[in-house]
Ligand binder design. Structure first.
Ligand code: CMC
Length: 425
């Protein structure tokens, strides 16, 4: 029940409309506008800047304060003390696992890492130079054609089996996409490895040579997955929820999330960061690119800077910067020309009045792009890695919605086209 209310006076409507106001556990109050339709009114909020489309208990963000909490736990504490799979459990179940629950969860995920052998034939239908995200949209959606035994969305157990399958199979599919692009054989997952070691193994090892995985690089990979695990009602998560609200199966819903993530304003940004650094090409060109970014007549933006919600700093970027330093030191790459451009750009932009005034700071994608490049992951794979990390968030939101009293998502519009007119005689 709402304790507060808002009143609304609209020209042409005599009565003063009373709207309930709900308080969350933290964060802004929300005005319940659902009764407005009955009065012949819609609200107008392009980009959903002021619209809470759902109630959720999973993730809380305070953009101004740079706070990101998963089930109440701050992201920096999770990055320091937890790991990716434990965070997956937390997102899915609402609490941190006991030692026994964690062991069972890790073992369950390991038991689902292989994909149906027939799925590997799908890859042959794609061009070798296809964008990895194009293949991911296809093969993740195709999982629904293979795992019929977990597709009843009204069965809680089925939903959890699908969640485990998706979390487990995403790195396998991601590595398969990469191997296909370079013409190497697919590598099967290895159960004695951790989640992140396994991913690096499937990416970089071959049947002829199995290199030892560096613990620092495996830890960096784990952090990248963890820091991307969820981010409240962002564009791809909202897409998953919208697709899920129709009753679509979880594999199809996650494929829709992957499609939404692909855009450069969202998950495509880490790839765009590296493309931009390549385009800058030399430290002497940085000033010209910064000037372009500030020029209102020029659509160019500094990729990896700014965020819709964080207008002060991105708490994920802080942790990612630390990992970035560790990885560059481990690989002895502090003098890599591209990475030097990145570091100089970071310094110039963070000291520039234009960026400071608008609250534009390096976001998580700025540093994750640099780390992934240093690890040797090709640029086109960056968004695939974001998608892999984000899968538990998508699934947790989808599951939360299906477990609640939800309705099909159906936004309305301000129509500005022709009124009715007759077809020419
Ligand atoms: N470079 C230069 N100017 C910028 C940038 C940028 N990267 N980002 C925003 N601005 C300016 C923008 O021109 C506007 O200026 P003014 O007030 O003078 O008109 C002001 O900052 C506010 O911009 P906005 O477009 O209203 O901000 P938004 O909240 O709609 O957009 C954003 C957020 C992330 C899409 C945008 O900052 C951007 O395009 N950044 C580059 C792409 C990027 O790095 N995206 C990854 C986001 S983090 C990953 C994720 O969570 O998905």
């Amino acid at each position: 029940m709402a304790d507060k209310k808002a009143t609304l006076k609209v020209d042409g409507i005599e009565e003063v409309l009373e709207l309930p106001v709900y308080e969350g556990s933290v964060g802004p109050d929300v005005v319940d506008v659902r009764s407005l339709t009955g009065k012949g009114l819609f609200t107008y909020d392009p980009g959903f800047v002021s619209t809470a489309a759902t109630e959720s208990k999973i993730t809380y963000i305070d953009g101004a304060a740079g706070v990101l909490l998963h089930r109440g736990y701050p992201i920096d504490q999770l990055a320091e003390k937890s790991d990716y799979l434990e965070t997956c459990f937390l997102l899915l179940h609402g609490e941190l696992p006991s030692a026994e629950q964690k062991e069972t969860f890790v073992s369950t995920i390991k038991n689902h890492t292989m994909v149906h052998e027939q799925l590997s034939h799908f890859f042959n239908g794609f061009r070798r130079d296809a964008h990895p995200m194009a293949i991911m949209c296809g093969v993740v959606g195709a999982l629904s054609a293979f795992y019929h035994d977990s597709l009843d969305i009204h069965d809680e157990h089925h939903r959890m089996v699908s969640a485990h399958r998706l979390i487990a199979k995403m790195p396998t599919l991601a590595a398969m996409v990469y191997k296909y692009s370079i013409g190497q054989p697919f590598m099967y997952p290895q159960n004695e490895l951790t989640y992140s070691e396994n991913f690096l193994h499937m990416m970089f090892n071959t049947p002829c040579e199995e290199k030892k995985i560096s613990p620092i690089l495996a830890k960096a990979m784990d952090r990248i997955f963890l820091l991307h695990a969820d981010h409240e009602q962002n564009a791809s998560t909202s897409t998953v929820r919208l697709a899920g609200s129709t009753g679509a199966n979880p594999f199809a819903c996650i494929a829709s999330g992957i499609a939404a993530l692909w855009g450069p304003a969202h998950g495509g940004a880490n790839e765009a960061v590296l493309n931009m650094l390549n385009e800058i090409g030399d430290e002497s060109n940085i000033d010209a690119f910064v000037a372009k970014a500030k020029d209102k007549e020029d659509p160019f933006r500094l990729m990896g800077f700014g965020h819709r919600v964080y207008k002060n700093f991105d708490p994920r970027a802080k942790v990612m910067k630390q990992t970035c330093d560790e990885v560059l030191a481990e690989l002895g790459m502090e003098d890599d020309p591209l990475l030097k451009i990145a570091m100089k750009l970071e310094k110039i932009a963070t000291e520039d009045e234009y960026f400071i005034k608008r609250g534009l700071y390096p976001n998580v994608d700025f540093y994750s792009g640099i780390i992934l490049k240093a690890i040797g992951i090709p640029t086109e794979m960056f968004t695939v890695i974001f998608a892999t990390g984000r899968t538990p968030g998508w699934i947790a939101h989808w599951n939360e919605m299906i477990s609640s009293d939800y309705r099909i998502g159906r936004p309305r519009q301000l129509y500005t086209g022709y009124p009715k007119r007759d077809y020419p005689a």
